[in-house]
Design a protein around this ligand. Structure first.
Ligand code: IMP
Length: 187
């Protein structure tokens, strides 16, 4: 595969074994059941694999948030959970934790609803750009300060359905959002 700035960080097999490990962690920890709260839209492939790999009985729900205004760092809820989480164990399921602002916001919102516990399970952790300290209970992979695509992670809506996790060059994508299509979606 030749494309400037593109590097596969996790292959399909590596993703599978990472999800299996996280599923085993959750299955051991939440034997009484758990609410998995997926963050739309990036967590969808991960959550979908995770729920089929865990051996406990989960309830599945989704949250969507949106920035108040670009670059303010402040967010608001666009879609809330439908499930009542009082007295329940809840796991926020995320594609990536970057600045931590999203996680901190959702954790704060859900914690106010008298759940038993709120934990965080993220497929990717990129601590280099953290703005708010957040506790991550279950982490798939920690990566350096690189922009990533695939396995739910997008650039302008593209690349979410890739079965790999790849790092990409933001300057290449800024010039052409489809720059990696040829390399990542071979005909
Ligand atoms: P936060 O900065 O931790 O609040 O992350 C906000 C959201 O930005 C994540 O849930 C992702 O959807 C998105 N995001 C952050 N870093 C990346 C990336 O490298 N690729 C694609 N999306 C990202």
């Amino acid at each position: 595969m030749t494309a400037p700035g593109l590097e596969i960080l996790l292959t399909e097999e590596e993703i599978e074994s990472t999800v299996a490990r996280l599923a085993a962690e959750l299955s051991t920890r939440f034997t009484d059941g758990v609410v998995l709260a997926g963050l739309l839209r990036g967590s969808v492939p991960f959550l979908s694999d995770l729920v089929r790999a865990i051996t406990i009985r989960p309830l599945i729900d989704f949250i969507a948030i949106t920035p108040y205004a670009p670059n303010t760092g402040r967010v608001r809820m666009l879609k809330d959970l439908d499930i009542d989480i009082v007295g329940r164990d809840v796991v926020i399921v995320e594609d990536i934790v970057d600045t931590g602002l999203t996680t901190a916001f959702i954790h704060g919102e859900l914690s106010r609803r008298s759940p038993r516990r709120v934990c965080v399970c993220t497929f990717v952790d990129r601590p280099a750009r953290r703005v708010v300290p957040v506790e991550l209970d279950h982490v798939g992979i920690e990566i350096p300060d690189r922009f990533v695509i695939g396995y739910g992670l997008d650039h302008e809506g593209r690349y979410r359905n890739l079965r790999v996790l790849a790092s990409a060059a933001p300057e290449v994508l800024a010039e052409d959002p489809d720059a990696y299509v040829g390399a990542l979606y071979p005909a």
